[in-house]
Design a protein around this ligand. Structure first.
Ligand code: DQQ
Length: 535
């Protein structure tokens, strides 16, 4: 059966068909970026997991190779699950990954393995060898079915160190292992980090940062001014990162007071999971990869023959405040920009909706700077909202709920008569202690007339200083995904949406204001985005 492929993305990473999930072992080797991910070669649902493998010179155009790791040994018979790459001295990449050796207890009995290139002179790294001294880690005194996703290793004090995600009952744990030779690993007496009540920690990531505001990234083994520790929370299906100090003597991570678990820092407040970073030694930057699953139904996934996309790789660095990270789509994406539309100094009064014509609105990059001249109409922040999450607030305060200062933003993937649209917008509040709170929303509620889709109202606060009365928004729109970067990458929200009417040439893009304060579109640049070579 031939299905309409209206939801297939044009410039996001996807295989030709079937299911993908977690990004695995991104790395740079001999002139090529390598990307692997969890892949089901047999269908559009999770299962039969192997490592799909693609290469690129720019992380935008991709050529797919044969799977790098497929179950072939007793130590990965039931699946080659997530893992990471480490580049050993002498430019020798090695992959650490989870092997599933028994189907029971569910989701499987897990061990950690390593694999090395069969031929280091092949820049494509097409053949991987799994040496016979695998597994390198068995689940000794740890939960045998919650022991997975080895991180990239880093080196200090004469040892390689790596993290493995786990849990003990409801306590999420990242175990630390040390090795002198990368083959014999010993678990440190204390976990690297743990937290009661958070459930299984998947895909831990740990890396150093340059000083505040500096955009250059650091190799995993370099010493940073600060460090990032990230885990993916299996129970809540979201991620949490912390910025903190790394105690080299105790080999422990201490989150800053300003960031711990309570601050709830997220790379992305929308559909984003199992992320992983790597250091790009050529452009000296740290790149973040994250997976967005479908929010359509399983039947729809099976009918269209594929499920899952990888989001546009993002550069990550420490915000000048030192309190959070900043993220921005890699510059290489801009090579796909085609036809451009530009606006300057356009006023949007209450209720105004203005169409941005002349670009392919279903496949676009839009970058807007909004300004306003006064705070006089700002709404008070309702005290009863204090216990609400930003997602709840976006659910209550949709784009059609009129406000004072905001909501203003864009309507992506809008149908002609606005039966469907995905609004991405800001709304500003004044708290009782006279501070401003900026809420950013990407609301899928009005995105599709199909009643069967999951349509969450994702939201996040933007921690910023509003003194110059300016707010920026950049969105990457690609048929079934809207990836939005608020205020230069301070708050990022990804939504998967499945419009029925707003597809291909029937999709429109608008800017809007539904607050009583007039908003100025100080500058807007929107581009049609061309399709790269995609696997
Ligand atoms: N996906 C992998 C696991 C990992 C999970 C299996 C996270 O290794 O914990 O496909 O999405």
């Amino acid at each position: 059966v031939k299905v309409k492929q209206v939801y297939r993305t044009a410039f996001h990473f996807q295989p030709k068909q079937h299911w993908i999930n977690d990004p695995n072992a991104p790395m740079y080797y001999k002139g090529l970026y390598h990307f692997f991910c969890q892949y089901n070669p047999k269908g559009a649902v999770w299962g039969n997991i192997v490592w799909a493998h693609s290469v690129s010179t720019d992380m935008i155009n991709w050529i797919s190779l044969k799977p790098a790791l497929v179950p072939s040994k007793w130590f990965d018979k039931y699946g080659c699950w997530s893992g990471s790459a480490t580049i050993l001295p002498g430019e020798k990449p090695v992959i650490l990954y989870t092997g599933v050796i028994k189907e029971k207890p569910e989701p499987g009995y897990q061990v950690q393995n390593y694999a090395i290139p069969a031929n280091y002179s092949d820049p494509y790294l097409q053949e991987w060898v799994k040496p016979d001294n695998n597994p390198i880690l068995k689940p000794v005194q740890v939960n045998i079915s919650s022991f997975r996703d080895p991180s990239t290793a880093w080196y200090n004090n004469g040892h390689w160190k790596m993290l493995v995600g786990s849990r003990h009952y409801s306590r999420g744990i990242a175990y630390l292992y040390r090795s002198k030779d990368f083959v014999r690993w010993t678990r440190a007496r204390h976990p690297f980090n743990e937290k009661l009540g958070t459930g299984m920690w998947e895909c831990p990531d740990f890396y150093p940062l340059s000083s505040q505001g500096q955009r250059n990234g650091l190799d995993a083994s370099a010493s940073g001014t600060k460090y990032v520790f990230k885990v993916s929370l299996d129970e809540t299906r979201n991620e949490c990162y912390m910025i903190g100090e790394y105690d080299l003597v105790q080999d422990r991570f201490h989150p800053d007071n300003t960031s711990g678990w309570t601050a709830g820092l997220r790379y992305d407040y929308g559909n984003f999971y199992a992320s992983k970073t790597f250091f790009d030694p050529i452009k000296k930057r740290r790149i973040l990869w994250g997976w967005a699953n479908e929010s359509s139904t399983k039947d729809e996934d099976v009918a269209k023959g594929w499920a899952g996309i990888q989001l546009i790789p993002r550069m990550v660095w420490l915000d000048p405040s030192g309190k959070q990270l900043l993220q921005w789509p890699i510059r290489e994406l801009e090579t796909l920009r085609g036809k451009k539309k530009n606006l300057k100094n356009v006023k949007l009064n209450k209720g105004d909706i203005m169409e941005i014509k002349g670009i392919t609105a279903a496949q676009a990059d839009v970058d807007v700077t909004f300004t306003f001249s006064s705070f006089s109409k700002v709404e008070p922040y309702d005290k009863k909202w204090e216990k609400f999450s930003p997602q709840d607030l976006c659910g209550i305060n949709g784009a059609t709920v009129q406000g004072g200062l905001g909501p203003f933003g864009i309507l992506a993937l809008a149908s002609k008569n606005l039966e469907e649209y995905t609004p991405v917008f800001f709304r500003i509040f004044k708290t009782h202690d006279k501070n401003y709170k900026v809420l950013m929303c990407s609301d899928a509620t009005p995105s599709s007339t199909n009643p069967n889709e999951y349509k969450p109202s994702f939201g996040g606060f933007v921690d910023m200083d509003l003194t110059n009365k300016t707010l920026c928004l950049r969105s990457l729109i690609d048929h079934s995904v809207v990836e939005s970067f608020g205020e230069g990458g301070k708050t990022v929200i990804t939504s998967r949406v499945y419009p029925e009417l707003a597809v291909y040439g029937d999709a429109h893009l608008h800017v809007f204001n539904n607050g009583s304060e007039t908003i100025t579109v100080e500058r807007l640049n929107a581009w049609s985005i061309n399709a790269p070579i995609m696997n």
